[in-house]
Design a protein around this ligand. Structure first.
Ligand SMILES: *Cc1c(COP(=O)(O)O)cnc(C)c1O
Length: 496
C-alpha cells in the first residue's frame, strides 16, 4: 500500500512516512494510490466483531508492510481502551418511528469525536518513533498546533505522556470556554505545553503557519502536524461507519443515510472511503452551520470562500471554517474521473490549478459531470444559529433525558429537512453525534432555558468534568508573535 499527494508531485510514500509527515511536501494531501479490496464475505465475517477488532481489519488493509496485523491490533486496543463504553461508538435511537438514530462519537477522553482518531494517532507516533530509535536513532517529533478549543484538548489527550513527542498547543487568551481551557491546561504531563497567546484564534493559527514555513526550524525540531489533514485520522474514522452499519442491521434497520455535521470535511470523508470500500451507504449528508461553503458547492458546483464576511461565529464553533481542508481529497477523485480522463498525473495538475484559483480569486468551479458525481454521493443542508437552538430545545422538550450538543443538532435539523427524500429511499437515518452536550453547555443551556425550562450546568456534567475547573493547571504565556513562540519552543523542548 503506497500513498500519493493530491498535487501529484509526491508518490510511492509508505504509510509510516505519510503519518509522520502529515502534509505532503508539494502542499497536497496524501491519499492511497489504490483502494484495497475487502474480503468477499466481509458482511458475514465482520458482523459481530468488536469495535477494536473491526478497526484492526480495516486499518490493516491500509498499512502495507509497515505494521503487522498483531501490531495494528495492539495499537488499536490501546487506543480504544480509553473510551468509557465497550461499544466505543454506540448507536442509539432518537426517533424509533421515523427510523432516526444517533451514532454517539463522544465517549472518548475529551468528549468529542476527534478522540476516535487522535487516540490512535498518538499511539502510532509513539510506535513509529520508538521503532526508528531502537536501531540507534534519536527521532523526536514536536507537534505544534493552534486551537479554538476542541481540537487542542483531543490532541493533548492523544499525545500526553507519549515518548519522543513534545506537544505545543496555542490557544487565544480568554477566548476559549472555561471547560475547554481546563480540559487542556489541567493535563500536567511533562511533554504537554499549553501556550496562551494574547490575541485571536486566527493569530494563533497564523503563528503556527509561520513556524511551519521556516524550513530550518521545521527540520531542526521535526515539526509535526496533528490537524485533520493527517491520513491516519481519516483512516481511523472509517471504522465507525462499518460498526454502525452492523449495529443498525442488528436493530432490524435497512441501508443507512449518514448525516454528518461538517467543518473541515474529515469526518464525512471517512464515510466516503467506507462507501468506496463497499459499505452500502444510501447517501452521505453534509450538514453545515452558517459557514456553508460545502453546502453552496453542492448547490452550485462552485467552491467559493466567503472572504469578505470571513468566518461566522456560531453555536457550533468546531465547524466554523472558511474552507474545508480535507475537501481536496474528494476533489482529487472528481478531478481524476471528470477533468483528467482517469489520468492520475493530470489529476494532480487539475487540483493544483483549482487551489491556485481558490487562493488568487477566491473560488473555482467544477464541470457539470463532476458536480453530478458529487451529488450522487452527497446531499447537503445548512442550519442557522436559530435553527440550532430550536432543534436542541425541541428534542429536549420531547425527551428531557436526551440532550443534543449544538453540532449534533445541526445534523439532526438537516436530516429533518431531508425527511421525505430519505423515506423515499426506505433508508434509516444515522446522525453522527460529534460532541457531548456538556462540552458546549453555554449554547445548550441557552437553547433549553430560553424555552421555559430550568436546566443547570451541574446536571449535564459527566463525572470527569466535575471539579475540573478547580484542578491544578499549567500554561505558558507568550507574546503574540512567531519569534516569541519559536523561542518558547526552543526553551521548553530541550529541557530533558
Ligand atoms: C471537528 C468537529 C466537527 C467537524 O468535523 P470535520 O471533520 O472538521 O468536518 C464537528 N463537530 C465537532 C464537535 C468537532 O469537534
Amino acid at each position: 500500500m503506497k500513498y500519493r499527494s493530491t498535487r501529484g508531485q509526491v508518490t510511492g510514500q509508505s504509510f509510516e512516512s505519510v503519518v509522520l509527515e502529515g502534509l505532503a511536501a508539494d502542499g497536497g494531501l496524501y491519499i492511497p494510490e489504490h483502494l484495497p479490496s475487502l474480503p468477499t464475505d466481509w458482511q458475514t465475517q465482520w458482523a459481530d466483531l468488536s469495535f477494536a477488532e473491526l478497526a484492526t481489519e480495516l486499518i490493516t488493509l491500509f498499512v502495507g508492510d509497515d505494521l503487522s496485523r498483531d501490531q495494528v491490533s495492539t495499537l488499536v486496543s490501546k487506543s480504544y481502551s480509553t473510551f468509557s463504553t465497550p461499544e466505543v461508538t454506540p448507536l442509539v435511537d432518537l426517533d424509533r418511528e421515523k427510523k432516526v438514530h444517533i451514532l454517539e462519537l463522544f465517549h472518548g477522553p475529551t468528549f468529542a469525536f476527534k478522540d476516535v482518531a487522535l487516540q490512535f494517532l498518538g499511539n502510532l507516533f509513539e510506535f513509529f518513533l520508538e521503532r526508528r530509535n531502537s536501531s540507534g536513532g534519536a527521532h523526536k517529533i514536536t507537534v505544534v498546533g493552534a486551537t479554538s478549543g476542541d481540537t487542542g484538548s483531543a490532541a493533548i489527550y492523544g499525545l500526553r505522556g507519549k515518548k519522543n513527542v513534545e506537544v505545543f498547543i496555542l490557544h487565544p487568551e480568554g477566548r476559549v470556554s472555561p471547560i475547554q481551557e481546563a480540559q487542556m491546561t489541567t493535563v500536567l504531563d511533562a511533554n504537554v505545553h499549553n501556550v496562551c497567546v494574547p490575541g485571536t484564534f486566527d493569530d494563533c493559527q497564523d503563528i503556527v503557519k509561520q513556524l511551519f514555513g521556516r524550513a530550518e526550524f521545521k527540520r531542526e525540531h521535526s515539526l509535526g502536524a496533528i490537524n485533520s489533514i493527517n491520513w491516519a485520522r481519516i483512516l481511523a474514522q472509517i471504522t465507525y461507519y462499518f460498526y454502525s452499519f452492523f449495529a443498525l442491521k442488528r436493530k432490524g434497520g435497512g441501508v443507512p443515510v449518514f448525516v454528518v455535521p461538517s467543518g473541515n470535511f474529515g469526518d464525512v470523508l471517512a464515510g466516503y472511503y467506507a462507501g468506496e470500500l463497499g459499505l452500502p451507504v444510501g447517501k452521505l449528508v453534509i450538514a453545515t452551520n452558517a459557514n456553508d461553503i460545502l453546502d453552496r458547492f453542492l448547490k452550485t458546483g462552485r467552491y467559493e470562500k466567503n472572504e469578505e464576511e470571513g468566518v461566522w461565529a456560531t453555536p457550533s464553533p468546531a465547524m466554523d471554517i472558511l474552507v474545508s481542508s480535507n475537501f481536496e481529497r474528494f476533489l482529487w477523485y472528481l478531478a481524476r474521473d471528470y477533468e483528467a480522463g482517469g489520468d492520475v498525473e493530470r489529476a494532480g495538475k487539475v487540483i493544483g490549478a483549482w487551489m491556485d484559483e481558490l487562493k488568487t480569486r477566491g473560488s473555482f468551479a467544477v464541470s457539470p459531470g463532476a458536480l453530478a458525481k458529487a451529488r450522487q454521493v452527497f446531499w447537503s443542508g445548512r442550519c442557522g444559529d436559530q435553527e440550532t437552538y430550536a432543534t436542541i430545545a425541541k428534542y429536549y422538550a420531547r425527551d428531557p433525558s436526551y440532550l443534543l450538543d449544538p453540532h449534533t443538532a445541526v445534523g439532526v435539523y438537516v436530516a429533518e429537512t431531508l425527511r421525505s427524500d430519505i423515506e423515499e429511499m426506505g433508508a434509516d437515518t444515522v446522525c453522527l453525534s460529534t460532541a457531548h452536550p456538556a462540552k458546549f453547555s453555554e449554547a445548550v443551556l441557552k437553547a433549553v432555558n430560553e424555552n421555559g425550562h430550568h436546566l443547570d450546568f451541574a446536571s449535564i456534567l459527566p463525572p470527569p468534568f466535575v471539579g475540573l475547573l478547580e484542578k491544578p493547571k499549567r500554561c505558558l504565556t507568550c507574546d503574540n508573535s512567531a519569534d516569541a513562540v519559536a523561542r518558547l519552543i526552543v526553551d521548553n523542548v530541550s529541557k530533558d
